[in-house]
Design a protein around this ligand. Structure first.
Ligand code: APR
Length: 249
């Protein structure tokens, strides 16, 4: 067991020596911005049942429940501002070290912190827009949530009548293939992967730190709770991201 100071010094040294850093984040980096995560005691899954993609497609009641959850969580996402954790990754970008910002998060706080959009790989899509599952038309989430609040409990696409859904990836829904290909390529070619604020239990996202490790990269995990990948990490720092991450960059 080493003390946090030793671990922090080790992490700082690895980051200083790295030239091709891939960031990998989960919902834990956004809780300090007021956005709940999923698996903490006060997280989304402690208060809501999961509506799987199959149910969304096949059941009006499932779509109504899915949109109810979306409307409930939207104000915190919409009003959130990036925090010190997000800005630490901006610092890495400004040092010319950040080759990709892989995120499972859907609220676009990495883009709002100033990272170029092309650097951010959104594995699970975005909740800032709703998309028609038939024609692909997109509308802003503010408009979609207003329509739900106005009585369209499971809104449909105005141009084609198809099902409107937040542009996120639900359990059972295909991941964006091109994003996964880019994320795998980034993980395979980095010299350090910095995994922050994820329980690292959801696949295939959680395979990316493993892919980086197998390709010879160093792995640093920063998270409040232990994760299944702690055993393969070079450095593990348990604690609050807003305190830990800025001190490493
Ligand atoms: N500082 C450090 N760690 C934190 C903080 C914080 N301020 N806040 C939360 N955490 C940690 C929690 O302890 C938890 O281990 O962040 C982790 C968040 O884990 P999850 O809630 O499981 O979120 P995530 O890993 O992003 O989930 C992956 O699951 O439900 C799906 O699609 C959803 O993208 C999500 C995916």
């Amino acid at each position: 067991m080493t003390d946090v100071g030793t671990e922090q010094r080790a992490a700082r040294a690895l980051i200083a020596a790295a030239s091709r850093v891939v960031g990998f984040t989960g919902a834990g980096i956004s809780t300090e911005s007021g956005v709940p995560d999923f698996r903490s005691p006060d997280g989304v899954w402690a208060r809501n049942r999961t509506v799987y993609f199959e149910e969304f497609l096949s059941s009006e009641a499932g779509r109504v429940e899915y949109w109810r959850q979306k409307v409930e969580g939207w104000p915190a996402m919409r009003d959130a501002r990036p925090n010190a954790g997000h800005y630490a990754f901006v610092g890495l970008h400004e040092q010319g070290k950040l080759t990709a910002m892989i995120t499972q998060n859907i609220e676009r706080l990495h883009q709002r912190s100033g990272l170029p959009a092309e650097l951010v790989l959104e594995l699970h899509g975005t909740t800032t827009e709703a998309i028609c599952l038939t024609c692909g038309d997109r509308i802003p989430s503010d408009e979609a949530c207003r329509r739900v609040a106005g009585g369209e409990l499971a809104p449909r696409c105005k141009p084609c009548g198809g099902l409107l859904k937040p542009a996120t990836v639900s359990f059972g829904q295909a991941m964006p293939h091109d994003v996964m290909v880019r994320a795998c390529a980034a993980a395979e070619s980095c010299d350090l992967l910095l995994a922050v604020g994820s329980s690292l239990v959801v696949e295939p996202a959680a395979s990316l730190p493993r892919i980086a490790r197998r390709a010879g990269a160093r792995l640093i995990i920063v998270n409040r709770e232990p994760t299944p990948l702690d055993v393969i990490a070079d450095v593990v720092l348990h604690g609050e991201i807003g305190e830990i991450l800025p001190a490493l960059v």
